[in-house]
Each structure stands twice: as C-alpha cells, then as structure tokens.
Design a protein. Structure first.
Lengths: 328, 355
C-alpha cells in the first residue's frame, strides 16, 4: 500500500469492441451494436448506465456519452442508439457517416448517473425523443424482475418514433405515445396526481421537458428524491479563449469548436472526467484567478458556486475575458 | 499454493495463532512513524505475490475457523445479517462477484460452473457443493448475501447509492470493531460516521463520500484502517460489549505480548454492476504484539505511532487506559534507529534490534 491518496482518474475503465451491427431506425436515429474483441462476455450493467464512446475522427479524438439501451442481462453485446445532430459538433455525424460494421472502437465500462431507485413500488418513465434510450434498458430490467412501470413517450412524429412499434407491441398496456405533430401532449398533472405512494418518476429528454417535470412534480407535492432526470449536455461552441494551467505551468488556447476539457487534454494534461456532459462532477476544477465572465452550463455546481467564480466544469463551461488561471 | 487451514478459536480458549507465513504477510498499516487520518485510497488491483493485496478476496489459514465463528455469532443473533427489501439484487451482485473472484483466484479451492442461470458452486474447504438458479432466491437456503458471506472472510456492508448519498441498507457484520449493523441499518454515510472524532472537522468524510460515490465498475479501491483488541476476538460488537469490554482490564505486563492484538481492516470498495450499489468488504486481520515485534521494523514503528497518537484517537479506538502498559512493552523493541519508508517488513534490509 502506498497509503497515498490517489488523484481521480481520467475516465472509466475501457473495453475494446468491434461494431457488430448498424441498424438505421428512422431518418435521424441509428442503433450501433458492439461485441468484445477479446471474446469475453460484457460486464453486466445497471439500467440507466451510459458508456463513453471514443471516436478517432481524422486524428481528432471525440468522446461522447451514450446511454446503454440493450438488455442489461444480455452479456453478448452492448447497444447504443445515436440521434444524428446536423448542427452539433460532429460526434453523432461521425457515428452515422464514418462508422462501419467490423470497425474496432473503444468504449468505457458502464457508468450509471441515472439509476432506478430500487425502493420504488412503481416507476413512471417520461421520455422525449432520443431520451427513450435509458428506458429501453430499464424496461427490460423491470420486466425480468417483475417491477411495476409505465412509459409516457413524446415523439415529434410517427416517422421519428424510435422503438415505438417494438414497445407498443410488446407492452400494449404500459406504453403511451404522444406525437407533437398531432398536437398530443402528456397530461402530466393528471398523471402525477394518480400515482400510488412510493412511485418514482424518471425523465429523460430535452432540457425544457426536464424542467417542466421537476417543476410540475414539486408543485404537486412530490418529494425531490422521487423525481429523477438525466440530461447530457453537449459542449457548445463559443469564442476562443486563453487559459493558464498553473500546476502544469502551461498556457493553452481553447478553440471555437472545442471544449475547455478537450483543449486541456489536447495539450497533454491529464484531467479527470466521466460523463463529459456536466452531470457527474468528476472534472470540477478550482479557479485560481479570473478577470472576465464565466459561461457556466453544467448541472453539477449550484447557483452560489456558479456565482462565486471559484469553480468551473471544463467539460461544458467556457469563459470570456482577459485572464483565467486554473488549478490544473 | 495450498493453504493449511488452522484449527483454532476466536473465543473461550482463544487458540487463534498466526503462522510465520501469516505474520510476514500481515497488512501492517503504518507507512511511516506516525499516524493521522487521511483518505488513503488506492486502486485494488492486485499486489505483491503472496500479500493480502494480491487477490480480490484474500483467503488465508484462518478461513475455515473464521466461518465457524461467524456461524456461532449468527446462531446467537440473526440480526447481524440484514438486507432491506430493495437490496436483494445487490445481494446477488455480491454473490456473483465473490464466487467468480474466488473460483478464478483460487481454482484449487473453489469452482463455479455456470450454464445460463443454472450455477453449481463448489467450496472445498467448507465441503459445499450446491446447484442453484441465479436470481431465484427459492433455490438457496437463505438470501444471496447471507449465503455467500457465510463463506467469505470479513464483514460486508452493502451501500445503496441514491441522490448523491450512500445508505447502509444491507450487510453481514460479525467481525466488527465496535459498531452495529442493527443500529446503523438505513443510515446515511454521515449518520453512521457521526461517532468518529476529528475526522469530520478535517473534512475527511466529505472527501471520502465524494470519492466513494465515484467508484466505478471495473475499478475497485482499497484502504486500511486499524484499532486494538485484547484477545483475538473477531466479534467485538456493541451487542456483546458486556462480554469483551471487561477483558481489556485483564492485560498485565506479563501477558500483554500474547493478549494484546493489533487489529487491521483491509477495506475494499466495489461498484456492483446490476444494482449500482457499493459493496464495502471489511476484512479483519489480527496479530499479537509479540508477533509484530518479531519484525524489527514493525516493532520500532508501532512504538512510535502509539506513543505519538493524539489522545482523542487513542480514546476513540478504546485503548487510552492501556496505552502506558503498551508503551512499556513496545519501548523494549524500539532502539531509536530510523525505519525504512513503506509498510513492508523489509527483513533483509532492516537491522535487527540493537539492544
């Protein structure tokens, strides 16, 4: 035993995989299935977990988190479903356009920031669009364990209803689908009021939907700990800025289309991370000196911490101003 | 290697003994000549061959006797093993982790044959050969956590993780340093650590919680903790304090070398895959003072650590009254020579006692 404290590691443990299937589901969403290159079974995972997929995009490393949506009991493969984001930074475009069956890729061990509360007597799932993915694994798990659940799934249109057919044919009495283009909407207030004691609600979807569910549930007397959400933020582009990393003793430039975390990594400085989406807290970094304005975008720090200017989450947050010195 | 299992007791006549092999591989917890709390975590990924850190779940010469002692404790007090209803899946996770690890790490002692969910488990030292259905409780004689931890040395706390907090929601606790699962069940991380002095003020628990919440699948961690026990008692529980507490007054300058034991916990931390709970195995190792001082470096160092330990810690660890007698004994084995850094015995390089 060294008996010396260890610094947080960069990322979770890795698994070398091969792309075993690519299944287009509709105009926007494609499922990617992976098998292990060493032939061993995948580790079991808990429903709600994600994996970070490493992409080598012409020499540029992209690391994107995706919910594992395959059956957690199936150790022969892992699957993710990726929605193409034409306006995004390129990770989903890379997956859709460049990845081929048979490609070797690297993914991380499962990390769960959106677990089921196993005390729940009933689980109500609220999905918006691609937010359906973690619920696919949760449903498979609860079906096996005999848990009570229902799903309310809002999609833009029938054509973009990812997994709607599969879900409604398998679970006709538990799945409720709402199409935006038909002006259908989840009757959230009625839904919340009708639930038995011990019910937990889970929401995964666009930010507005998540806020709506939290707010409505709170207004209807739901305890916070019975309302769960997960939203991965993609880093947003912004004006380039300069940062001094005082422990590493270097000055780095953060480009318009890269995150602060990516710039730190590009310069060879190892920084801890897990989700890369502002949710897990691993990359939290102390600010030593700042003259300018922070653009905080994470869900990790609270409002006071954001206002204090003492901390930043480099995976999604940026800075505009003259000087920024970080303890990294 | 084949392990020769001791025939020994941890009560009544206290026939517990460490062999020379067990003494040399003892997890001595002090890496320098002084001790203070720290979040002294490191990855639990093997260690030097033959050391207690090498395997995921160390099996040693005390295995069979320790399991017999656990059965006695449970027969007297079944509440030493509890699992709240939502923790059954974590119990299966624990069973799987221990069975897979032991059968891979000790193939001559344990075998696991899996055909889908039909599992056959062979535990040779305990004479068990059992076929059951994974995730079907009706095919085991008791719950999965109790079943496997009746066959695994050390205590097991199973912590549910919810809302950025850990909860003591299940466990098998029979070899504990004076804490009670029945008292702590359902408590959160800060509640069950409330009695520990100094560490709260030092912010130790906030940092430790943050670390533990982020322990991920495939990346287990470990640390050591320690205290003192008079007589080689595994079960030093609050429930039985009336039986063992009084034994602390039986220490004399004549018997302290054989009666006074350093008690070290090898604590490991595993993220459980199916339940997302955190498994916290706490493995207890005991060693008599007379055996510690047979390693010159450890004799020198233990004297210095005990001498300089803050009063609050000696009180919390329950040996403040016996400290003067301990120091009288240990000072005979401290010649003032410097000690090498690190925890290892360094028998080949450290000089013998110079007095």
């Amino acid at each position: 035993m060294s008996a010396a404290p260890q610094k947080a590691k960069a990322g979770a443990e890795k698994i070398e995989v091969e792309v075993s299937a690519i299944v287009p589901l509709n105009d926007l969403v494609t499922r990617f299935e992976f098998t292990r290159r060493d032939g061993l079974p995948f580790p079991p995972f808990s429903a709600g977990a994600h994996t970070v997929v490493e992409m080598n995009d012409d020499g540029r490393t992209r690391l994107n988190p995706y919910s594992l949506m395959s059956d957690p009991a199936d150790s022969s493969k892992y699957a993710i479903s990726v929605r193409r984001d034409d306006e995004g930074r390129g990770g989903s475009l890379f997956m859709h356009r460049k990845v081929k069956v048979g490609d070797a890729m690297t993914i991380t061990y499962p990390v769960n920031l959106f677990p089921l509360d196993l005390r729940g007597r009933k689980h109500v799932f609220l999905a918006g669009g691609i937010g359906i993915t973690p619920f696919m694994a949760m449903i498979a798990h609860l079906e096996r364990m005999g848990g009570a659940w229902e799903l309310h799934y809002a999609c833009r249109s029938e054509a973009l209803g990812t997994y709607v057919d599969e879900l409604t044919s398998r679970h006709p009495n538990k799945v409720h689908v709402y199409y935006d283009d038909k002006k259908q909407a989840i009757a959230l207030e009625d839904l919340l009021d009708g639930q038995p004691l011990g019910t937990h609600v889970y929401v995964c979807g666009p930010q507005g939907m998540i806020q709506w569910v939290h707010k409505t549930a709170a207004a209807h007397g739901w305890p916070d700990e019975n309302v769960h959400s997960e939203e991965f933020l993609a880093p947003q582009p912004g004006k380039p800025f300069e940062v001094r990393l005082c422990k590493s003793d270097i000055v780095i430039q953060v480009g318009e289309h890269e995150s602060l975390l990516e710039a730190i990594e590009r310069c060879g400085v190892e920084a801890p991370f897990l989700c890369r989406g502002g949710a897990c807290g691993q990359c939290e970094t102390d600010v030593v000196e700042a003259d300018g304005e922070f653009i905080h975008r994470d869900h990790w720090l609270d409002d006071d911490e954001h206002a204090s200017g003492k901390k930043i989450m480099p995976c999604v947050s940026r800075f505009v101003g003259k000087t920024l010195v970080l303890d990294r | 290697m084949t392990i020769q299992f001791n025939e020994e007791t941890f009560r009544d006549d206290y026939s517990f003994r460490n062999s020379d092999w067990a003494i040399k591989r003892f997890p001595f917890p002090f890496h320098e000549d002084s001790y203070m709390y720290s979040v002294n975590m490191e990855q639990h990924r093997g260690g030097p061959e033959g050391s207690v850190y090498e395997k995921r779940f160390d099996v040693d010469e005390h295995y069979v006797s320790e399991m017999r002692d656990r059965a006695i404790v449970l027969a007297d007090d079944p509440l030493r093993c509890q699992s709240l209803p939502h923790m059954t899946l974590a119990g299966w996770d624990t069973l799987e982790l221990i069975m897979v690890s032991k059968s891979e790490d000790y193939p001559d002692l344990f075998e696991l044959h899996r055909d889908g969910n039909r599992w056959r488990w062979i535990n040779k030292p305990m004479g068990i050969d059992h076929t059951f259905t994974f995730l079907d409780e009706t095919t085991l004689p008791c719950g999965p956590l109790e079943y496997i931890t009746r066959q695994a040395q050390g205590d097991y706390a199973v912590l549910d993780q919810r809302n950025d907090m850990l909860y003591m929601d299940a466990g098998m606790i029979t070899t504990q340093a004076d804490w009670s699962l029945d008292f702590d069940i359902g408590m959160d991380f800060f509640e069950w650590h409330a009695p520990v002095p100094l560490a709260h003020e030092m912010g130790i628990f906030k940092r430790a919680l943050k670390f533990l919440l982020n322990i991920q699948q495939g990346a287990p961690a470990r640390r050591l903790n320690w205290t003192m026990t008079v007589n080689p008692l595994l079960d030093t529980s609050p429930e039985n304090y009336h039986k063992w507490g009084v034994q602390k007054t039986t220490l004399t300058p004549e018997n302290i070398g054989s009666k006074q034991h350093l008690r070290v916990e090898l604590q490991t931390f595993y993220r459980l895959p199916r339940s997302n709970a955190l498994l916290f195995p706490i493995r207890c190792y005991l060693i008599a003072f007379q055996d510690i001082v047979s390693i010159p470096k450890w004799g020198r160092r233990l004297h210095r650590v005990i001498r300089d330990l803050p009063e609050e810690l000696a009180t919390y660890k329950g040996f403040i009254d016996n400290r003067p007698m301990m120091l009288d004994y240990l000072s005979q084995y401290d010649d003032g020579l410097p000690t090498s850094p690190g925890v290892w015995p360094d028998l080949d390089t450290e000089p013998p006692l110079q007095k």
